[in-house]
Design a protein around this ligand. Structure first.
Ligand code: FES
Ligand SMILES: [Fe+2]
Length: 423
C-alpha cells in the first residue's frame, strides 16, 4: 500500500476529533499539552482573556520613569511608572508597524522611543510624537486627519496588590482582590511590608506551560518527589498542613508546619516506601535548614498559585515569585524573582540568599519539578493517545477537602481551563 501523501496526512490530521474524556475533570487528555491549535486558542482566551497576569513587583519600577519589559503569554508587555508615580501596563508593540518599543529588561526614560521610525510615547502609552507627521517640504507626511490620540500603545488594566503587579486585557475581569478571593490572605501574609528584589533566575522548561502550572497545585507530589523536603523535615506528609482554595477553584495555596509531626502506623508504613524520606542522611553543613519563623505562625512552606501562570512561594525564609511564560506548545520559561523586605536586617537577607538555593532552576527542592514536566512530555509523546488520571482525594471539584493528599486543586484547574477554552 502506498504511504499517504503529505496533503492526505494533513487532511487526516485536521479531522482529528478532540473530545474531552467522559470522566470530566478527573482526566486530562494528553493532546491538551501538545496541540498547536489549542495553544493558539489559549493565547486569545486565557492570556488575553478575563484573567489577571503577574507582570512584576512595584519594587522593580521604583521611580517615576522606571519601566520593565515582560510577557503575558506570547505578548511582550511593558510595566511603567509615570511621572506622577502611577503604574501603567501596555503592549510593548509600536502602534505604527509593530516593532518592540523597549528592548531592555529594565530602564528609566522620560519618553518611550521606537527605533524603527522614531514614534515616541508617554509613560502611560499615549503617542507623543510621530516623526515626519507633517512630511518635509510639502511631501510625505501622515494624512491630515491623523489623530495621535488614536495611535497610542494598547493599554491594559493594571492592579497592584501588596507590591505585586498584575495586568489584564479584559474589562470583564473582576477587581483583583475579588478575583483572588480567600487566597489573597496568602499574599497579604508574605507581602506584608515593602519589598526589595534580591535576584533572578530564569529557566527554559521543555514542556507545555500547563504541565508546570499543575505542579505547584499538586500537593500530592510535594513530599514524595522532593527528597530534600522529606529527608530534612521542611515539609512532610505527617506534619500539620492544609490547602486553601478560592470559591472559583482558580487559585490555591498550601501550607506546612515543620516540627509538628504526628507519628502514626500508616505514615511509618508509607514512609518506608518513599524515596524522599531517608532519616539516615545528614548534611555536613546544615545551616541552609536554619530558618526563622518570621511570620510567627510556624508555617515552614507556603506555595501559592494563581490561575493561570503565577506562583508565590515561601520556603523557610526564601521568598520568590515565579512567572510562567509559554513559548510554544512544548516549551515555557519560568522567571524566579527572589525578594526580601526593604527594611530588613542584613542577617535575614543573607539567610534568604543562601536559601535561594532551595528553589530555582537548580534548587535542591525545585530541580525535580521541571525534570518531571520534561519526563512527562517525553513519555506522552505527541499526545494522540492516553490521558492522565486525577482521582487522588476524589473525582470532582469538592472532594479531597483541604487535605494535602489530594488532586482537588488540579481538578479545579481543568474545570476553569475548560470553561475559558470552551472545551
Ligand atoms: S514601527 Fe515603531 S515607529 Fe515604525
Ligand atoms: Fe514540586
Amino acid at each position: 500500500m502506498n504511504s499517504p501523501t503529505s496533503t492526505q496526512a494533513l487532511a487526516s490530521a485536521q479531522t482529528v476529533v478532540r473530545t474531552w474524556p467522559a470522566e470530566g475533570v478527573a482526566r486530562a487528555p494528553y493532546w491538551i499539552y501538545s496541540d498547536a491549535d489549542i495553544y493558539l486558542k489559549e493565547q486569545r482566551q486565557i492570556f488575553q482573556g478575563a484573567n489577571w497576569h503577574y507582570i512584576g513587583l512595584e519594587a522593580e519600577v521604583p521611580e517615576p520613569g522606571s519601566y520593565k519589559t515582560t510577557w503575558i503569554g506570547e505578548q511582550s508587555v511593558l510595566l511603567t511608572r509615570g511621572e506622577d508615580g502611577t503604574l501603567h501596563a501596555m503592549l510593548n508593540r509600536c502602534a505604527h508597524r509593530g516593532n518592540m518599543v523597549c528592548r531592555e529588561a529594565f530602564g528609566t526614560a522620560k519618553k518611550l522611543y521606537c527605533v524603527y521610525h522614531a514614534w515616541s510615547y508617554q509613560l502611560n502609552g499615549d503617542l507623543s510624537h510621530a516623526a515626519f507627521q507633517h512630511g518635509l517640504r510639502g511631501e510625505g507626511g501622515l494624512p491630515k486627519d491623523f489623530d495621535k490620540a488614536d495611535h497610542g500603545l494598547q493599554k491594559l488594566r493594571v492592579a497592584s496588590y501588596f507590591g505585586l503587579v498584575f495586568a489584564t486585557y479584559s474589562e470583564a475581569t473582576p477587581p483583583f482582590e475579588e478575583w483572588v478571593g480567600v487566597v489573597a490572605e496568602g499574599i497579604r501574609r508574605v507581602c506584608h511590608k515593602p519589598l526589595k528584589v534580591l535576584g533572578y533566575d530564569t529557566q527554559r522548561i521543555h514542556a507545555n506551560w500547563k504541565a508546570y502550572h499543575e505542579n505547584p497545585r499538586d500537593s500530592y507530589h510535594a513530599n514524595i518527589l522532593h527528597t530534600f523536603y522529606g529527608t530534612f523535615g521542611l515539609s512532610r506528609q505527617n506534619q500539620e498542613s492544609g490547602m486553601v482554595l478560592d470559591t472559583t477553584g482558580k487559585h490555591v495555596y498550601f501550607y506546612t508546619k515543620a516540627g509538628t509531626e504526628k507519628e502514626g502506623k500508616d505514615f511509618q508504613e508509607t514512609s518506608s516506601t518513599l524515596r524522599s524520606v531517608n532519616d539516615g542522611l545528614k548534611l555536613k553543613d546544615p545551616s541552609i535548614l536554619k530558618w526563622t519563623d518570621e511570620f510567627d505562625d510556624g508555617v515552614s512552606v507556603q506555595i501559592l498559585t494563581l490561575y493561570p501562570s503565577f506562583v508565590l512561594h515561601q520556603i523557610a525564609n526564601s521568598l520568590a515569585t515565579r512567572q510562567l511564560i509559554p513559548r510554544g506548545p512544548n516549551e515555557a520559561d519560568l522567571v524566579w524573582t527572589y525578594f526580601g523586605y526593604a527594611n530588613e536586617d542584613d542577617t535575614l537577607t543573607q539567610t534568604r540568599l543562601m536559601q535561594a538555593n532551595l528553589a530555582g532552576s537548580a534548587g535542591m527542592i525545585s530541580v525535580e519539578d521541571a525534570a518531571v514536566c520534561e519526563m512527562v512530555r517525553k513519555a506522552v509523546g505527541d499526545g494522540q493517545t492516553g490521558e492522565s488520571f486525577i482521582e487522588m482525594g476524589g473525582r470532582d471539584l469538592t472532594s479531597g477537602g483541604s487535605h494535602k493528599l489530594s488532586e482537588r486543586a488540579i481538578r479545579n484547574f481543568w474545570h476553569n481551563y475548560r470553561e475559558d477554552m470552551g472545551l
